[in-house]
Design a protein around this ligand. Structure first.
Ligand SMILES: *Cc1c(COP(=O)(O)O)cnc(C)c1O
Length: 381
């Protein structure tokens, strides 16, 4: 089956008792057994729940896990819960290599939680292959990449990073939240684990928080399943169901997010009030060639510099009517934010610093003309 078909059918056969065509929300904590120790596949909802299970089957299928491989997906209560499960794979003395512009919460977790427990970390500009190669240490157990990054939309070559990690016996984790499996397949490029904040495009409707880890490696999958049950950061069945529903339309949503974002990027590039536009689909993006090779589309995120510094960025972000001033991304509604004082306020003054006139857009699914008119009036305000 192909992507669009799997998104709708994988793990989602009609309900056996009623014929319901959508997977029911199994709001139950426990399952009656036929005899002590003899259950019908489910015992207790932390360990496994049918709604969550359906979500895990479709997530694995969409990330290209071969059903024969005995790899799979685990879904978690948030993207950060997925990151925390990865943290349990590490021991004191291990080292983790992060990109120098990773998601802020990823930094916070490694720098302020795992570092306290003796897991070392460092960060490097991974857009530079040489820097990445020399930053890996003998103790490195994990190379973590995010591509495209937030909010500067820089790309990392997944195949190259996998080679570097594996050359040192380390695992490669790819945060695939921005691209989604529709646009980018990290496991096929050599990644060991894909991480998602399903809060974003996979859920797609800004109505739930969730996360997932997907791997094609049976040993890693077994460990992650064990850890999910042992540590317990599971999503409830309703949240799992919302993501399951969102995934059905992922392909068509990503097509439109990408088409709208490309139009927005082109419009901003021509706008006299805009200093610089960052979008992997623009031919002047420093890694446009890699984007073309590694992704099948360029996604729905566009960043730009308003010129005139922080006050101008704040004015533009406060003047849109359709683009809502909010953190997060990947929903049907367009969002606008100023990373320096919102999503990235905590990293200002570090090497992660983003320009203070940077504006980040999550381009939604509204009519493109309404979006362009809204941006135009905000830039002229
Ligand atoms: C939002 C996000 C996360 C964290 O996910 P939550 O669901 O908010 O816990 C991790 N990585 C990226 C790239 C994100 O955008």
């Amino acid at each position: 089956m192909r992507f669009e078909t799997e998104a709708i059918h994988a793990g989602q056969e009609p309900d056996r008792t009623t014929g319901a065509v959508t997977v029911p929300i199994y709001a139950t904590s426990t399952f009656a057994q036929d005899a002590p120790g003899r259950h019908r596949g489910y015992e207790y909802s932390r360990t496994d729940n049918p709604t969550r299970h359906a979500l895990e089957v479709v997530l694995a299928a969409l990330e290209g896990v071969d059903p024969e491989s005995q790899g799979g997906a685990v879904s978690t209560a948030s993207g950060m819960a997925a990151t925390a499960l990865i943290g349990y794979l590490l021991q004191p003395g291990d080292h983790v290599l992060l990109p120098n512009d990773a998601y802020g919460g990823t930094f916070r977790f490694f720098a302020r939680v795992l570092a306290e427990q003796g897991v070392a970390w460092s960060s490097v500009d991974m857009t530079d292959r040489r820097l990445l190669e020399t930053a890996v240490r003998p103790q490195t157990k994990l190379v973590w990449i995010e591509t495209p990054t937030n909010p500067l939309l820089r790309l990392v070559d997944i195949e190259h990073a996998a080679g570097v990690a594996h050359g040192r016996g380390a695992h490669l984790v790819v945060d695939n939240t921005f691209a989604t499996p529709y646009l980018q397949q990290p496991l096929a490029a050599g990644a060991d684990v894909v991480l998602h904040s399903t809060t974003k495009y996979l859920g797609g409707h800004s109505d739930t928080v969730g996360g997932a880890l997907v791997t094609g490696a049976p040993d890693l999958f077994e460990k992650l399943r064990f850890l999910l049950n042992a540590a317990g950061p599971v999503p409830g069945p309703f949240d799992a169901w919302l993501v399951l529903r969102g995934l059905k339309t992922l392909a068509v949503r990503m097509e439109r997010h990408g088409a709208n974002a490309a139009r927005v990027a082109a419009f901003l590039a021509d706008h006299p009030a805009v200093k610089e536009v960052i979008y992997p689909g623009l031919s002047n993006h420093p890694q446009h060639e890699l984007a073309t090779r590694q992704m099948t589309g360029f996604g729905g995120m566009v960043s730009f510099r308003a010129g005139g510094g922080a006050p101008v960025a704040a004015r533009v972000a406060s003047s849109t009517r359709l683009f809502l001033l909010a953190e997060s991304l990947g929903g049907v509604e367009s969002l606008i934010e100023v990373p320096a004082v919102m999503t990235h306020a905590s990293v200002q003054g570090t090497e992660l610093q983003v320009p203070d006139d940077l504006v980040r857009l999550s381009v939604g699914l509204e009519h493109i003309d309404d979006l362009l008119e809204d941006l135009d009036q905000a830039l002229r305000s």
